[in-house]
Design a protein around this ligand. Structure first.
Ligand code: FE2
Ligand code: FE2
Length: 219
């Protein structure tokens, strides 16, 4: 089972397209190919730094690509739907152990169900929760963007870099925030939970999570 194979899978892509349409209709930020490719690449990058073996790195990237594809069946339980859809596609086509590993990471990535019991899950959580950027805001006009705090904060972030220092054991998310659109308090009011998830995941990996906004180290 490889990421390349998953990306070409018509079933997976149909779930992603439906999720994109569903969440766009509900006014959410991007959870489609843009978000999934970034999360997939980042999860693999973190996994590589954590020295996971090649198969586990691939599984982290697959979990990243598939983690949000269940949203079209309902936002609240989207992580369960995504895990189950994944198993329906791959249980008979890949090693059951690999399928279960990906399912577990997907199901564990969201809020109250966020549980970190393995490194692949931790890599996915850091990759997912760190994706805040202007390009996540779907085109709906400046007035609407300013009225929605999620849109406003995402729109304000013009640069986002995740870097990992294996010597110092730090994972740093560096953001450039355009304060014309939001202020740091706005950012924190919605992102504090996400940054906590990143911190918990980094702790699990025995790294320190750091947040830098406009060149100021905040945590
Ligand atoms: Fe999600
Ligand atoms: Fe996500």
């Amino acid at each position: 089972m490889t990421l390349q194979q998953i990306k070409k899978d018509k079933r997976i892509n149909a779930f992603i397209d439906h999720t994109n349409d569903y969440l766009k209709a509900m006014g959410y930020t991007d959870h489609g190919h843009r978000h999934l490719n970034i999360v997939s690449q980042r999860a693999k990058k973190v996994a590589r730094h954590m020295k996971l073996n090649a198969n586990d790195q691939e599984l982290a990237s697959i979990a990243g690509y598939c983690h949000d594809m269940g949203n079209f069946m309902g936002r609240t339980q989207h992580h369960y739907w995504a895990g189950l859809l994944f198993s329906q596609c791959y249980l008979n086509e890949a090693k059951p152990d690999d399928v279960a590993t990906v399912m577990k990471a997907i199901v564990s990535h969201d809020k109250d169900d966020l549980k970190i019991v393995d490194k692949i899950t931790a890599c996915l959580i850091i990759a997912d929760k760190s994706d805040v950027h202007r390009t996540r805001v779907l085109n709906k006009g400046m007035k609407a963007i300013k009225e929605d705090i999620h849109d406003r904060v995402n729109y304000a972030v013009t640069d986002n870099k995740l870097s990992i220092d294996d010597q110092k054991k730090t994972i740093t998310l560096a953001l450039r925030l355009d304060t014309k659109f939001t202020d740091i308090m706005d950012y924190f009011s919605i992102f504090v939970a996400r940054m906590n998830y990143c911190q918990k995941a980094a702790d699990y990996l025995k790294y320190e999570f750091k947040l830098k906004i406009n060149n100021t180290m905040l945590a």
